[in-house]
Design a protein around this ligand. Structure first.
Ligand code: NOJ
Length: 787
C-alpha cells in the first residue's frame, strides 16, 4: 500500500516541490524566497537539508525509521497514564521521534542531548506541547479569543505564544483546535472558535500564521497542528470522546472547512481525532485522512494521532490487536503515534511481512524528518533559553493579553437601574464618583487560577491580576469604596457566606457579581449535562438581587450557560470567558468605560439545555414555526401546533450567534446589492462577483467598534441550505456621528456549496444577503443567481 505523494506536492507555501528544492543552489533558494516576497530575517534553509533527509533515509534501519513515528509523553500526562520510565534508553536506541509534555529548556536539552549525541544517527527530537492560548503569558481562552472577531489580534497572541514556547525548545504546538463546537455541553467548546465554519476558518489561518511565522527555521517559529481531524466537536449529546454521525455534505461544508483553511495556510501538522466518524474511528479513517486530506488537498505535512488514539481503535471495535490497530491507523494515513506505542512495537513486523510497504514507511518518516529539517533542528537542536523556567510574561506580552481580554468581553445585557431620574442611563459604564461604594461579590472575583482557563500552558496563578485586585486599585485611585465578599464557592451547597455578601450589597451603590465555571470544569473530559450556574451561585445571585440594588453579573465561563433568570433580573451581564493574566485590569477598564466592549458571541447561548445542539446556521425544516407564534413563546393551543418547536420552550436562543452590545449604538442602513441578477457560470469561472454594502452609523455618544457581519441565504438549490450563513465580517471603529459604508464581495468562495452531486459549485438560486449586527437581525436584499 503506497502513500507516495512526495515529489509533486508543494513543500513550502511558495509552491516549490521537494525535488525542485533538492536541486536548487543556495542562491536560487534565496531568490525564490525573495520573489515570493518573504525574504526572512533568519538564514534561509539550505536545500542541503532535504538532501540530508534523503541520506538519512538511506542509512536508517527499519527500527530507526519506525522510531521516528513514535511519540511519548515525558512530563505531566495529558491523557491516561502510562508508567513508562525508560525514555533515555529508548531515545538512545532511536525509538523515539518526538516527546510531548516536556516544558523546560533544561529538560528539553537533556533529552535532546541523548538523541543528538548518543543515538546512532544523531537525529534530533521534536518537542511538542499543548500551547493553546499562550505558553507563559496566558491570553483569553480560545472561545474568548474568537469573540474578538479580530484575526490580526489572534495571530499576534499565537506569535507571542510561539516565541515563549520556542525559547524553551518547544517547536511544535498542538494548536489550533479548529473543531466546530455547536453544543455547549461539550467541554472543549472552550478551546474552539465556536460554531461557525467561516469564522473558524479565518481564525484557524490566523493561528497558523502566528505560530509558524514566515519561516519555520526562524528560531521563534513553531509547527502548528490543526486538530482534531475530524468531527470531534459533533460528539453525540456533547459527551467528550463520543461517537459522531455526520453526513458527507455536513462534513465537507462545516467540519472540514477550518482544516482546509489551515492546510491552505500551510499548517505543518494535523492531529487525528478520538471519535468514531460514521462508524470509522477518525484515527483510522482512510476517507478523511487519505482521500480528502492528502488526495484532495495535497497536505504535505505529517499527521499525529491524538493521545493513544491508535490503540483506541481496539475499544472502538475495529481492531482486535495492537498489530491491527497499528496497521489500520498507519494505512489510513496517521504518520505518528502519540502515546499508544503500537507503531513502535508492531510496524517493524508489518513492514517485514509486506503488509505495510517500505515505500509507505519511508514516506511517513520523510514527512517528519523534513519538518525537523525545516525547523533547523539538525543545525540547532537545543533550546536557546538559559534559565530553566519560562521567563515572566514581558510588559509587551501583558499589554497584548490585556487588549485581547478587552476585545473578548461580550456585553450581553446593559439595563437601566430603577431610578427617579427622567433619563436614566444604562448601568454600564460605571461612573467614577468619589464616595460611591461598589460591592464585589462572588467566587470568581479573586480566583487567580481560574482566570487562566483550561489548557493554561505554563501560566501560573501568580501572573494573574484578578478583578478584585484591579478593582481595589481603581476604586482607591478614584476615592471610591470597595466592599468584597466571596459569597460562596463555585461548587457545593454551602450558603454560609451569603449574609456577609448581602450586607456588602446593601451598603453599596452597585454590586459586581463574579460568577461562572471553575476553569477545570471546561476543556477536555469536562462535558456537562446541566448548563446552569454551578453550586450555590444561582441562589447567591437571587439573594443579591433581592437587595434591590443594581447588580452587574460578570460570567467567567468556557461555554454558553443557561442564564435565563439572570438575563431577566440582573441589571447587566458580561460574558468575560476566562480572560487570562490581565483579567482584572481589562475588566475594570471595560466596566468603567475606558474601553467600549466590542466582543461578539461565536457560540449560541441557549435558554435550556434541551435545545442543544443549538446553532444559527440550521436548516429551515418543512415546518418552521411562524415568527409570531415563536414570539408568543411555548403554547399548546395555537395554530402552530404542528410545527418544528418545543411545547415548553421557545426555539430562539437566549443570545444569538454574533450578538454583543456596545456602550454606543450602531444604526444600519438597508443592505444593497450592486446588481439584482448575477450569473452562476460567471461567478464559478471567477469572471463575476457580487458586491453588497450597507452604511453603519455610530448613533450614540461614544466612540465604539462594531463587528459588521454579512449573512447569506440560498433557496431553490439542489439541497437545502441553512437559513443564514456568515460569509464576511469587518471590525470598524466609528466616532460618534460617523458613518462608514461597508462592502463585502461575494465570490465563488462564498456562494459555492456542496450540492446534490457532492460537488462544490455555485448553483442558480435565489440569494438573500443581509449585513447586520448579528445573526438574528437585519432585512435581506434579494438577488437572482441565474444559470
Ligand atoms: C489529548 C487532547 O485531545 C489533545 O487535544 C492534546 O493535544 C493531546 N491530548 C496531547 O496533550
Amino acid at each position: 500500500m503506497g502513500l507516495d505523494c512526495s515529489a509533486a506536492i508543494p513543500l513550502t507555501k511558495f509552491g516549490t516541490t521537494l525535488d525542485e528544492m533538492r536541486f536548487m543552489s543556495p542562491l536560487g533558494y534565496l531568490l525564490l524566497l525573495a520573489t515570493a516576497g518573504a525574504l526572512p530575517a533568519a538564514p534561509a534553509p539550505s536545500p542541503g537539508r532535504h538532501v540530508r533527509v534523503e541520506e538519512l533515509l538511506r542509512q536508517m534501519t527499519l527500527e530507526e525509521k519506525v522510531g521516528q513515528l513514535n511519540q511519548y509523553s515525558a512530563g505531566q500526562p495529558t491523557g491516561p497514564g502510562t508508567n513508562r520510565d525508560r525514555y533515555e534508553t529508548m531515545i538512545a536506541a532511536g525509538q523515539v521521534g518526538s516527546l510531548l509534555n516536556v516544558t523546560r529548556a533544561e529538560q528539553v536539552n537533556a533529552y535532546q542531548r541523548i538523541a543528538v549525541e548518543r543515538s546512532r544517527l544523531h537525529i534530533p527530537l521534536l518537542f511538542g506541547l499543548d500551547v493553546i492560548h499562550g505558553f507563559r503569558t496566558i491570553f483569553p481562552v480560545n472561545l474568548g479569543l474568537a469573540s474578538t472577531w479580530d484575526p490580526a489580534l489572534v495571530e499576534e497572541t499565537a506569535r507571542v505564544a510561539a516565541e515563549e514556547a520556542a525559547a524553551q525548545g518547544i517547536r511544535w504546538t498542538f494548536s489550533p483546535m479548529v473543531d466546530i463546537g455547536r453544543d455547549a455541553r461539550w467541554g472543549r467548546i472552550a478551546e474552539s472558535a465556536g460554531e461557525d465554519p467561516y469564522l473558524g476558518s479565518v481564525l484557524a489561518r490566523a493561528y497558523v500564521r502566528g505560530y509558524q511565522g514566515r519561516r519555520l527555521d526562524n528560531p521563534t517559529s513553531i509547527l502548528a497542528c490543526a486538530k482534531h481531524f475530524v468531527g470531534y466537536g459533533a460528539a453525540e449529546a456533547g459527551r467528550d470522546y463520543n461517537t459522531t454521525e455526520i453526513s458527507e455534505r455536513s462534513l465537507r461544508q462545516v467540519y472540514l472547512e477550518p482544516f482546509r483553511a489551515s492546510v491552505d495556510e500551510g499548517v505543518a501538522t494535523i492531529m487525528s481525532a478520538f471519535n468514531a466518524l460514521n462508524g470509522v474511528p477518525a484515527s483510522a479513517n482512510a476517507f478523511t485522512l487519505r482521500d480528502v486530506l492528502r488526495g484532495e488537498w495535497g497536505f504535505a505535512g505529517f499527521v499525529v494521532s491524538d493521545w493513544g488514539a491508535v490503540g483506541e481503535t481496539i475499544p472502538h471495535g475495529i481492531a482486535t490487536s495492537e498489530a491491527t490497530a497499528a496497521r489500520k491507523s498507519f494505512l489510513a494515513g496517521v504518520d505518528m503515534d502519540m502515546e499508544s506505542g503500537a507503531y513502535v512495537s508492531e510496524l517493524p513486523d508489518l513492514v517485514r511481512s509486506g503488509v505495510v510497504s517500505r515505500q509507505a514507511l519511508d514516506e511517513s518518516v520523510r514527512r517528519i524528518l523534513r519538518l525537523k529539517a525545516e525547523l533547523g533542528l539538525f543545525e540547532n537542536p537545543y533550546a536557546p533559553a538559559t534559565g530553566t523556567a519560562a521567563a515572566q510574561p514581558s510588559p509587551e506580552s501583558r499589554r497584548l493579553a490585556q487588549r485581547a481580554a478587552e476585545e473578548s468581553f461580550v456585553l450581553l445585557k446593559n439595563g437601566t437601574p430603577s431610578s427617579r431620574s427622567e433619563h436614566p442611563s444604562p448601568i454600564l459604564p460605571l461612573v467614577s464618583k468619589p464616595g460611591r461604594t461598589i460591592a464585589l461579590i462572588g467566587p470568581l472575583a479573586d480566583s487567580a487560577g481560574d482566570m487562566l482557563g483550561c489548557w493554561s500552558g505554563q501560566g501560573i496563578p501568580d501572573d494573574v491580576i484578578t478583578l478584585r485586585a484591579a478593582l481595589a486599585q481603581r476604586t482607591a485611585a478614584a476615592g471610591m469604596h470597595l466592599r468584597y465578599a466571596e459569597g460562596s464557592k463555585i461548587l457545593g451547597n454551602d450558603q454560609s457566606g451569603f449574609d456577609e455578601a448581602v450586607r456588602a450589597a446593601r451598603k453599596a451603590d452597585v454590586t459586581i457579581l463574579a460568577l461562572g465555571e471553575q476553569a477545570y470544569r471546561t476543556g477536555e473530559a469536562a462535558s456537562r449535562a446541566h448548563l446552569d450556574l454551578d453550586g450555590p451561585q444561582q441562589k447567591l445571585l437571587e439573594a443579591i438581587h433581592a437587595t434591590g440594588k443594581p447588580v452587574i453579573v460578570v460570567l467567567f465561563t468556557g461555554r454558553p450557560l443557561t442564564v435565563g433568570w439572570a438575563a431577566e433580573h440582573a441589571t447587566a451581564i458580561v460574558a468575560a470567558w476566562f480572560p487570562g493574566v490581565e483579567a482584572g485590569p481589562a475588566l475594570v477598564r471595560m466596566l468603567f468605560g475606558d474601553v467600549n466592549p466590542s466582543g461578539r458571541l461565536t457560540a449560541t447561548w441557549p435558554r435550556a439545555v434541551g435545545q442543544e445542539p443549538l446553532y444559527y446556521d440550521a436548516l429551515n425544516t418543512g415546518r418552521p414555526t411562524p415568527p409570531a407564534s415563536e414570539a408568543r413563546g411555548p403554547t399548546f393551543t395555537d395554530a402552530s401546533r404542528f410545527t418544528s418547536r418545543y411545547i415548553d420552550e421557545r426555539n430562539a436562543p437566549l443570545f444569538p450567534f454574533g450578538y454583543g452590545l456596545s456602550y454606543t449604538a450602531f444604526a444600519y442602513s438597508a443592505t444593497s446589492a450592486q446588481a439584482s441578477k448575477v450569473s452562476a457560470a460567471a461567478i464559478s469561472a471567477g469572471k463575476a462577483s457580487l458586491a453588497v454594502s450597507a452604511s453603519v452609523t455610530n448613533a450614540g455618544k461614544r466612540e465604539g467598534t462594531e463587528v459588521v457581519q454579512c449573512y447569506i441565504r440560498l433557496t431553490g438549490t439542489s439541497v437545502a441550505r441553512p437559513v443564514s450563513e456568515l460569509k464576511g465580517f469587518r471590525r470598524i471603529r466609528l466616532a460618534p456621528g460617523e458613518t462608514q459604508k461597508v462592502d463585502f464581495i461575494l465570490t465563488k468562495d462564498e456562494l459555492a456549496f456542496w450540492n446534490i452531486q457532492m460537488k462544490q459549485v455555485v448553483e442558480p438560486a435565489m440569494l438573500q444577503v443581509r449585513i447586520a449586527p448579528d445573526s438574528a437581525q437585519g432585512a435581506p436584499v434579494s438577488v437572482v443567481i441565474e444559470p
